[in-house]
Design a protein around this ligand. Structure first.
Ligand SMILES: Nc1ncnc2c1ncn2[C@@H]1O[C@H](COP(=O)(O)OP(=O)(O)OP(=O)(O)O)[C@@H](O)[C@H]1O
Length: 237
């Protein structure tokens, strides 16, 4: 279970960030994290993955508290940032090997998973090229391969569909569903409401740093479409 209690982070010198966010996700949950530009999605995600320090609150994955044991906590998660930060003078393969070594993966386990992911994401030839030659979508695909290869318990993706072509989008949607059905917890931010409506069973809508909707997708959709609800709760923007 991922448990986020009263998470608050305000950037120094501004009153922006996220306030008092609580969230509980269980094995098999796919949660869409939506909100207008600047609502606080990336801030929250970076806090939950342990990149940003936060001012108040508690983040726990199963029994591991992020602040008490960040190393173990981070070993259980797979994260894709909104803008992949990769070393330009590395090949994709060298990057994958670096990440695999950080997660202490065995060579045979890595080979099998990697072959599958490279094939599905059509990256078998590109993996030998330098990152500097990749498009945005190729960098996204490389990050996805690296984060999925170690079977993380918690998958956190910040706007994962941006830059992905339709084949890679289909792969990711199916992979999210199958990982969730095998017990992973998935949280992802997005502006693509149609996909979120179809694949997510949980929903958080942020507005000005506060969760204005935090419910099951089923309950939310009883009231109106996601588009209408989004427009309604962000109408004060
Ligand atoms: N490093 C920073 N210093 C100060 N303010 C920041 C910083 N990063 C983000 N902010 C502000 O915090 C607020 C939340 O930003 P955040 O990037 O979390 O939004 P978001 O919901 O991810 O937006 P988008 O959909 O555009 O990616 C915004 O008002 C933004 O300007």
């Amino acid at each position: 279970m991922l448990s986020v209690k009263n998470l608050s982070k305000t950037y120094k010198g501004s009153n922006k960030g996220v306030q008092n966010l609580s969230l509980e996700l269980h094995e098999g949950d796919i949660c869409a994290f939506i909100g207008a530009n600047g609502a606080g999605k990336t801030t929250t995600i970076k806090s939950i993955v342990g990149i940003h320090t936060f001012d108040e609150g508690e983040v726990k994955l199963y029994d591991t508290n992020l602040k008490d044991d960040p190393e173990h906590y981070k070993s259980m998660i797979g994260y894709s940032p909104d803008t992949p930060a990769l070393y330009n003078n590395m090949t994709g393969k060298a990057y994958i090997e670096l990440i695999a070594s950080l997660y202490k993966m065995e060579a045979d386990e890595l080979d099998e998973r990697l072959r599958y992911l490279l094939k599905e994401l059509k990256f078998e030839s590109a993996v030998h090229d330098l990152v500097s030659s990749y498009s945005h979508g190729m960098k996204q695909r490389l990050v996805l391969i690296a984060l999925l290869m170690h079977n993380p318990k918690l998958i956190i993706l910040d706007e994962p569909f941006v830059g992905l072509d339709p084949n890679a989008t289909d792969f990711l949607v199916n992979e999210m569903k199958s990982r969730a059905s095998e017990g992973a917890i998935i949280l992802y931010s997005t502006h693509v409401l149609e996909v979120a409506e179809k694949i997510c069973n949980k929903l958080v809508i942020l507005n000005n740093g506060e969760a204005v909707v935090n419910d099951s997708m089923e309950n939310v959709l009883k009231k109106a479409s996601l588009n209408e609800i989004f427009r309604d709760v962000t109408s004060n923007e």
